[in-house]
Design a protein around this ligand. Structure first.
Ligand code: NAI
Length: 401
């Protein structure tokens, strides 16, 4: 057989993908947007004879076939292209690889938050039809992982048993084929491909967890340095829990409107249901959203991002992906979707209006998603979308193509 898969990205997760997919019999190409990264990875990987992945119970090595920053070499022969990078890297990568996509290729992002589909449709335009491209996104990364030695050694700390993905076009045969391809590449994760591709964009994960908890911890911060970095998840109290529930409920209301407009969003889950589904056996108190976060063993010890200042004290560091990724490709997108659906969003507005100045960005202005920085976001308003039907169908009035 020999499916050829190109993994775009060279971070923690790309190490696991390279080792695992090659070990499972695929021809793996690694595509890097940055030449120096490609060079560093290739040197280390060639020297070691592949990427060695160590799990809790075993260890294996897989050798990628191609490691390059040249999109033509990396993409031309690929059946499946997987972007495993932060969401702000999706658009630049898609621009690099677009000319080289082969007919019938599957192009997906895992995780695929923040309207990956709209961004991809905008970049690829007519190519999607001409080359019969299937776009897909995943609700979450199947792994918790990190590389230990760049280009050759990585640790796989946890593997999800199931990850839902969704595709455009959303057709039973394509979905089955894609789910099967993805499941075969992975060791323990079963991939079910189903539902409208909005499912991944609307998934109540980092886009509301990182932003909502940051707000919960720091919304009334007085500007004075603190003695230690607060625990990010374990500190989750009733207030923060109500923020998370509020955000999740507002997405849920948009989901109902989009269902009426024809979207299959049957797989969508509210935040507490989702967390219990994934982490139920390591959460000791299931009684409320606050407790679900505060007593989740998988989150134990993780702290809020901070910067050390004079006197060994700390101030919050807001310039991390918790806001730089999870606003333009997360909460701002969700607020934009809710606006199009005619849903009231008091909680999204509170969190967004608090968070956006922290990274000097404007998305929500005068009650609408219309700020200048939507131009670098997945917000549907950027693409001229005004109706739920356009969202459901991925119909972009202001396409760049
Ligand atoms: P990483 O930070 O290790 O890797 C980032 C990769 O993206 C690098 O190769 C970098 O060059 C590339 N990149 C960054 N900006 C770029 C740009 N503008 N254009 C092109 N490429 C760019 O990330 P990691 O850990 O591999 O995670 C990938 C995704 O999975 C992220 O969205 C992360 O939030 C998510 N995730 C990661 C988990 C983990 O355990 N590592 C767990 C759950 C989710």
């Amino acid at each position: 057989e020999g499916i050829t898969i190109t993994v775009c990205g060279g971070g923690n997760a790309a190490h696991i993908a390279a080792g695992m997919f090659a070990k499972n019999g695929a021809n793996v190409n690694l595509f890097f947007s940055f030449e120096d990264e490609a060079k560093r990875f290739k040197e280390a990987c060639d020297k070691a004879g592949g990427v060695t992945v160590t799990t809790k119970t075993t260890s294996y090595t897989g050798q990628p076939k191609v490691i390059t920053a040249d999109p033509k070499t990396a993409i031309e022969g690929a059946d499946l292209i997987l972007l495993i990078v932060p969401a702000f890297a999706h658009e630049p990568i898609l621009k690099q690889i677009a000319p080289f996509l082969k007919k019938g290729a599957f192009v997906g992002a895992i995780p695929g938050p923040g309207a990956f589909d709209l961004i991809a449709i905008n970049v690829l335009g007519d190519l999607i039809k001409e080359r019969d491209i299937t776009l897909f996104a995943g609700t979450s990364l199947p792994w918790a992982c990190r590389f230990d030695e760049y280009g050759c050694k990585a640790s796989l700390l946890g593997e999800k048993k199931r990850v839902d993905i969704n595709a455009r076009p959303n057709e039973p045969e394509r979905n089955a084929l894609l789910g099967d391809k993805m499941s075969r590449l992975h060791d323990l994760t079963d991939f079910q491909c189903k539902g409208n591709m909005l499912t991944s964009a609307l998934w109540p994960t980092n886009c509301i967890i990182h932003t909502g908890i940051s707000y919960g911890i720091w919304h009334d911060w007085d500007g004075e340095p603190v003695a230690e970095a607060p625990l990010f998840y374990q500190n989750c109290n009733d207030f923060t829990g109500s923020v998370l529930d509020g955000l999740s409920n507002e997405i849920g209301q948009a989901v109902e409107v989009l269902k009426k407009a024809g979207a299959d969003l049957a797989g969508w889950q509210p935040i507490d249901v989702y967390l219990l589904d994934v982490y139920g056996d390591v959460i000791s108190d299931h009684s409320s959203t606050a407790q679900i976060f505060a007593t989740n063993d998988a989150f134990r010890g993780l702290k809020a991002p901070v910067t050390e200042v004079e006197g060994g004290k700390f101030v919050p560091n807001f310039r991390t992906r918790y806001l730089t990724e999870d606003l333009p490709h997360g909460l701002a997108v969700l607020r934009g979707v809710a606006e199009i659906c005619g849903v009231e969003t008091p909680m999204m507005d509170k969190v967004l209006l608090w968070a956006q100045p922290k990274i000097e960005k404007e998305y929500l202005v005068d009650g609408k998603i219309q700020g200048k920085d939507i131009a670098q976001s997945g917000c549907p308003q950027r693409f001229g979308i005004t109706t739920p039907e356009q969202l459901v169908n991925g119909d972009i009035p202001n396409s760049a193509n």
